[in-house]
Structure formats: structure tokens, C-alpha cells
Design a protein around this ligand. Sequence first.
Ligand SMILES: [Zn+2]
Length: 426
Amino acid sequence: MSKLVAPHGGKGLVCCLLHGNDLEAEIEKAAGLKKVQISPRAKGDLIMMGIGGFSPLDGFMTKADWKGVCENYTMADGTFWPVPITLDVSAADAADINEGDEIALEHEGTVFATMKVSEKAEMTDVDKKWECEKVFKGKGEESADDVFWKIAMEDHPGVQMVMAQKEYNLAGPVKVLSEGEYPEEYKGIYLTPAEVRTMFEERGWSDVAALQLRNPMHRSHEFLAKIAIEVCDGVLIHSLIGNLKPGDIPADVRVKAIECLVDNYFVKDNVIQAGYPLDMRYAGPREGLLHATFRQNYGVSKMIIGRDHAGVGDFYGLFDAQDIFDEIPTSDDPGKSLLCQPLKIDWTFYCHKCDGMASLRTCNHGKDDRVILSGTKLRKALSEGAEVVDHFGRDEVLVILREYYAGLTEKVEVKMQSHAGGDTMK
Ligand SMILES: [Zn+2]
């Protein structure tokens, strides 16, 4: 019996990826099916369904699931889920598709899955706006009622993504046929939930924390991971290797930087680095919940949630992603509840007076004594070739990042958040 936390949903790992003869037969069948072009986001969702990362989902959500998830984090059968996982298609495509049809889902020339359509539902602009308000609106100043829609279409990539979705959603179970470029391009980093669970078990771990990363790891992330190592059996440094927004540092550079940091500053036996194939949804606190939900499938029992986790601009309060874990519904059925717990850590930084890393809970000094670390600030400095203040990142890591920026031909604009510079620190 595994001592690791059970996969979400109470059904074990639900993996929709076919293998061997089943896979060959399905690929052959898919060639004769109507092809629908899908977004990069849907591709990532399918791969997660393929490898069990989205257990218990075995396909895209129905309108009832969508509604329940938006309204109360709950699918129609009562299972917790934090953000809609839906598949949008154009009205033209939808006109040729009926409930009960089998279709092939294609992205950039690769058929990623077949799907048996169980429902075709129109998604009006009113529906999409409602989804945005439920999923993306937070407690930050940019989410205020009189501000949100004035700026969200310009400044919130999650809102942009949902509003750009096509006119219909298709629901139904999928058979996944490909993991795309990930197994080749991210060999040793792209690991399935089953593989990660096996690694945890081999090390005798039962209580494992995950550190979510989409930026290079700097001192503050290193500190979070080390706090987790002190209180858990080990830490999974888990990077997004799906698509990011322009200006973000590509996954291969981040992976190299993390490797360098782990080699130089960690006890290797207590850390595993891996990557997952999803795109960011930029859903702030709800994204924090999604991070915990799919991490549970990887065998992770504690999700590290620090300051402004998965934040976007100033749409969210700095600790909303921690608080939301106390606001979500729970069920008497553990299979239907989120079991992965947050490991809440306060705002962390290097403090000159403390002479080390500290947090708002441990350091009694002032703002001027602290080096406020933020990925946004770091990227801005690096993209402009500016000096990075001491204690911001490890020298070995900065060398790798500088190399990357020096090789860029186009300048990268990095929009600053008001709290990235510590201005909102009390
Ligand atoms: Zn201090």
C-alpha cells in the first residue's frame, strides 16, 4: 500500500493515453474522423488527461460541470475542481458535429486525441463573461467592480483567453494518442504522475511538498523549497513546461537554472525536479487550487503557496491564494475533496540586518533592510542588461540567465506589478 496521498477523485490515476495495439488501432481510426483544430491550452489539458495528471477527469467538461466549477468549485457529480476544463470549437465546426459523434482533436498537424462527443453547448459572450468574473476576478484593486472590465481585456491573459474562445464547447470522454514533444524535448524532466510517485516511494517519502515554478528559481524560491524540506520528507520542484506569455523565460533555460541551483545549494536526495505540460491559466488563487489538485495526482500532499501565487498584475490580494484553501467546499467523501493541503509561507526576502533569508513572520526590520525578490523585477533587470542587486539570485544562476538574455534579438517588455518592488510591504 502506498503511503502517498491518493490521486484526486477516488478512482486512482485515470490515464486516457493509449499504448501498443490500442494506440495503433485508434490512430488508424482517427484518420477517418472529422478533425477539429484545438488550442495549445487544450493540447496541454489532453496530455494531462493522458498521463493521469487531471484524474479523475477522463474528458472535457459538460456545461453542468462548467457551471458547478465556476460557481462552487464542484463538478456535477460533487467532485471538487477549481477551474473549467473545456474544449471550444467554432460554430462552423460545431454545425457538422452531433452528440454521439466521434471526432479527432488536432494541434499543429498532430492528432492528440479522439473524443466521443456527449454534449455540444453554445457558449455566448454572456457565458464567457460570467466565467471570467467567477474564475478570474479576485480581491485585488484591479478586480474592483468598476475597474475589472475596463482593463481585464487588455491586462488579464486569462480573461483574454476565455473571451477569445469559440462559440461552442464540446464535452465527452477522450482517448489520448500523443504526449507531443514533451517526452523527447524534456527527457528526464517531463515525468508522469506514476513515474513521480514511484520516485517518491523509492525514497521512502510519504509527505511531499511541491514548489510551483514558471520563472527561474531565485533566492526566495530556494528559501521556500528549503522550508518545505525541513517540514516534509522532500520537495518536488515542479516547473511549467507548457506555453507562457511573451517575456517569460523559456522552459529549457529555467530547467538548466534549477539544475544548477540544486547542484550547488541543495542536498540532492531531498529534491526532485520535474516539469508538467500545462499552459498557465493565469487564474490567481484558483490556479493555486489547480496546482494543488493536479499535484495530488503526482503524489504531493503539500502545495507551497507563497506571496501572490500565480498572480496577474494587481487583480489579486497578495495572500488570496492561501486564503482560498479555507473557503472551498469539502465533502464527506475524501475522493471528492481536495486532499493536497497548502503549505502557507509568508512574504520571504533577504534581510541585511537578519543577515540571511527571512519572512514577515521572522524579520522585525524595515523595508530598507530587505532585498525584495520578485521574478518580474529580476526579468526586467536582466532584459535591460542592468545590474542585479546582491542576494537577489545565486551568481551561478544569474550567469545562465544573462547568457539567455544576451542571445535575445528582440527586447522584452516586462510590465511591473505595483507590489513587485515591495511598495505594498507594510
Ligand atoms: Zn530582518
